[in-house]
Design a protein around this ligand. Structure first.
Ligand code: HEC
Ligand code: HEC
Length: 339
């Protein structure tokens, strides 16, 4: 009997040490959030795997001429979006046709890219590595460079117990880093956890948001991951068909996956083609239904929104409560090199 209490103490100490906190950088499940879509059994996350993925994410070696890294287009301070160019900017200064989205809470994404054309995070990185407008490389070339490098060989050996680095190891290491980018500590989250209260203006904005926006930008991820048209109309030159390029269905033409609004204050420019530089412009677009162009998804069309300038300001204040400074400034996600 006298051993029972120390044993219980030991067990609870072990349990506490197993819990991962946001500061550790590794994936964690925020309270009240749905179950992630990502299957962690396919790629168990370890601290070493996360570090290796992070080193790859920041290493321009993955591009054909060692000039562009993942982080060139996905900068931490802007929620891993790219703020310099409306659409992405890759090797040889080539410009792509889509805006680089922010990267956060990817564990909950059922599919990736603006058109949902990529089904899993474990394979996603093949696209930027080999896309001529992004990193313009080949998997053979990247594998050759990494296998020549003793530091990487050792790190891959350590994480994946392999003497030869293969494509799946690169992709899985990158996914260990990107799946760990959880952002769930904004003012909004703190308000939900009752740690603080919104100002009157933020609260008014939140009420408007719930009425007009939440149906598509659904809490807590601020997206329902559906493919919709929000009335911005087609880009004049890019000829991006959106979802219908994947499904071949006319009804999907010019629909795009609803983007998350977490950290949206920092992830400008906005929309799949980066056409709006300012959040104010986006709000004004929604505030004036008479400006909408076709197609517009029915949820929005039914709302026929008309907001006055005070309401637009309130909505802006609310969207700013989705900024998670702890995430944007968390040094665990910052520049890292194994060398
Ligand atoms: C030249 C700029 C550029 C580089 C370099 C780049 N990306 Fe991206 N990234 C983009 C763009 C643009 C998209 C959106 C693509 C689309 O919708 O067709 C994207 C999408 C993504 C997504 C999906 C996000 C979502 O919302 O669905 C992930 C994950 C991602 N990138 C990770 C990476 C990783 C990992 C690397 C490095 C191996 C990388 N990116 C390199 C521009 C870039
Ligand atoms: C019918 C669903 C729907 C509703 C309702 C809706 N949106 Fe959107 N929203 C979208 C889609 C789809 C996009 C991306 C469109 C594109 O890129 O072509 C988007 C994009 C955005 C963006 C740009 C995000 C980024 O990272 O580029 C912001 C900001 C935004 N919406 C805010 C709002 C606000 C505020 C409301 C309410 C007034 C609202 N939305 C209502 C579907 C919706």
């Amino acid at each position: 009997m006298k051993y029972l209490i120390p044993l219980w103490l030991l067990l609870s100490a072990l349990l506490v040490s197993w819990e991962v906190s946001p500061e550790d950088g590794l994936f964690y499940q925020p309270d009240g959030w749905p179950k992630p879509s990502y299957n962690f059994e396919t790629n168990p996350i370890s601290h070493e795997g996360f570090l290796l993925g992070k080193a790859l994410f920041y290493d321009p070696l993955l591009s054909k001429d060692s000039t562009v890294s993942c982080a060139s287009c996905h900068l931490q301070y802007t929620a891993f979006a790219h703020v310099d160019h409306p659409t992405s900017h890759g090797v040889d200064s080539r410009v792509g046709k889509r805006n680089a989205p922010g990267l956060m809470n990817l564990a909950w994404y059922p599919y990736f890219h603006w058109d949902g054309g990529v089904l899993g995070l474990n394979g996603q990185a093949i696209n930027p590595i080999t896309h001529p407008d992004e990193m313009g490389s080949t998997l053979e070339d990247v594998l050759k460079k990494l296998n020549r490098n003793p530091t990487y060989r050792k790190a891959f050996q350590n994480v994946f117990k392999t003497d030869e680095i293969k494509t799946q190891h690169i992709l899985k290491a990158l996914a260990q880093f990107t799946v760990s980018l959880v952002s769930a500590n904004s003012k909004y989250d703190q308000m939900k956890r009752k740690e603080l209260a919104f100002s009157d203006q933020e609260q008014r904005g939140y009420t408007l948001f719930l009425r007009h926006c939440n149906q598509c930008h659904t809490e807590p991820l601020f997206t329902n991951f559906k493919f919709k048209s929000n009335g911005i109309g087609p880009h004049p030159t890019l000829k991006d068909e959106g979802r219908s390029a994947i499904t071949g269905k006319e009804k999907d033409a010019l629909t795009f996956r609803v983007p998350t609004l977490r950290n949206v204050e920092h992830s400008f420019p906005y929309m799949h083609d980066g056409r709006y530089g300012k959040l104010k412009e986006v709000i004004h677009h929604y505030a004036t239904a008479s400006m909408w162009k076709l197609p517009v998804s029915s949820e929005l069309k039914k709302k026929n929104i008309s907001l006055n300038s005070d309401e637009e300001k309130a909505l802006l204040s609310f969207l700013k409560t989705l900024t998670d400074k702890a995430f944007l400034l968390n040094s665990t996600f910052g520049y890292f090199s194994l060398k």
